[in-house]
Design a protein around this ligand. Structure first.
Ligand code: ADP
Ligand code: MG
Length: 381
């Protein structure tokens, strides 16, 4: 990847890059819609990501190129105007530049910039956080600054929330920043506090991306968020993390049906994240898998953010013996399913599930085996 990046940089800008960084994509392992309720979530950085190369320019121009887009976007370093249309991908690095001063960090003036990726975009693997963190690292190195990982993560999230305009939680950038090979990242969203949990040997993750997306997904997210906050208010807490499964169950007749179901999902999911952390530490992958599937069933029945496509994949995956568990990953209402499997699950089993899906829904899902990988870092040029 690095050689290809250096070659592409040279071919585009006629010189070698001075700085290179890489940031990984991520999967949401367990903890569905727990983040904005103050709960915990487990994610994993994966072995695919976005690479960014940079060389400074003395003339103040900023030139952006990517292996995924035609041409070079040339901007002056005088302003930071949001880009539209074919150039809108540049809003990710521009958003990072706009975020740096918010965290009292210096901004590089002119540079040549090239992004290259082995991470599918829009597949629920958070290529957006990866490009933000890789961009942040090269911009900071260009200005001789070495902030903490927390700051890098916050800069990326700020860029996405305030410049790109996507109200994502801390999961995407937090896992890309704190990822570690053969580990999961645990985020206590109240701090937020980041830690890692070893992933037992022999555990493999597979992603099945349906490429489906509910037409009303933004409104549905907002509705779920509102129901969670209403449930918290009725229960007399600020965030649902302060409630327990017992207090929510006891309030079944005080809460309206929808807020009750959402709250029950959230508090039980927070408890499943804790149980999954303990089972991982004990090396008990069978229990981890059971919790993953239970998380999906709760999304399906209580949070109601699953779809027929996602349910079909989970049903078929959990009926395949080398699969320990499967669940929707990410916000839901379409998107992708992840499966935790033993090494005996391979292309043959994955294709059988994909073929059954195609027979039912008329489209082949993207099938992607992923391994855990390290978090965002500079790479020696
Ligand atoms: P996800 O984060 O799930 O991959 P998003 O829609 O949040 O999906 O982010 C995808 C967007 O990030 C792309 O449409 C593109 O604008 C930008 N992006 C990610 N990787 C690259 C890359 N290598 N080159 C250019 N743009 C990229
Ligand atoms: Mg994204």
């Amino acid at each position: 990847m690095k050689t290809a990046l250096v070659n592409a940089f040279r071919a585009t800008f006629g010189r070698a890059p001075e700085i290179i960084a890489r940031a990984p994509g991520r999967i949401e392992f367990i903890g569905n819609h727990t983040d904005y309720n103050g709960g915990t979530v487990l994610g994993a950085a994966i072995d695919r990501g976005v690479w960014v190369a940079l060389a400074k320019r003395a003339d103040g121009q900023r030139r952006f190129a990517s292996d995924q887009r035609e041409g070079v976007v040339a901007l002056s370093s005088d302003g930071l105007a949001r880009q539209a249309g074919a150039q809108s991908w540049v809003n990710y690095p521009l958003g990072v530049l706009a975020a740096l001063p918010v965290f009292s960090l210096r901004v590089p003036a002119g540079f040549d910039y090239f992004a290259m990726s082995d991470l599918p975009t829009g597949a629920g693997l958070s290529s957006s956080a990866a490009i933000e963190l890789a961009s942040g690292l090269v911009f900071l190195a260009a200005t001789h600054q070495t902030p903490s990982r927390e700051t890098l993560v916050n800069v990326g999230q700020y860029a996405e929330n305030h410049f790109v305009g996507v109200p994502c939680g801390i999961l995407d950038q937090g896992v890309s920043g704190f990822g570690r090979r053969d580990h999961l990242v645990q985020i206590d969203c109240r701090g937020p506090r980041f830690s890692t949990v070893p992933l037992p040997a022999g555990a493999h993750c597979w992603i099945f991306n349906t490429h489906t997306k509910h037409a009303l997904v933004d409104g549905l997210y907002a509705a779920r968020h509102g129901e969670c906050m209403l449930a918290a208010k009725t229960l007399g807490v600020v965030l649902l993390v302060e409630a327990t499964p017992a207090t929510v169950l006891a309030a079944e007749h005080t809460l309206a049906p929808a807020p009750f179901k959402r709250a029950r999902h959230v508090v039980e999911e927070i408890s499943r994240v804790e149980q999954a952390g303990a089972a991982l530490r004990a090396g008990d992958l069978a229990t981890v898998g059971t919790l993953l599937t239970a998380s999906h069933r709760s999304s399906q029945a209580l949070f109601e953010n699953s779809t027929a496509e996602l349910d079909f994949l989970v049903d078929h995956l959990v009926a395949t013996p080398p699969v320990w568990g499967a669940r929707l990953t990410g916000g839901g209402f379409g998107g992708a399913v992840m499966a935790l499997t033993s090494g005996d699950f391979g292309d043959t089993q994955a294709k059988a599930v994909a073929a059954a899906y195609e027979k039912k829904f008329g489209a082949w899902p993207d099938v992607l085996p992923v391994e855990t990988g390290d978090g965002a870092a500079l790479v020696a040029v």
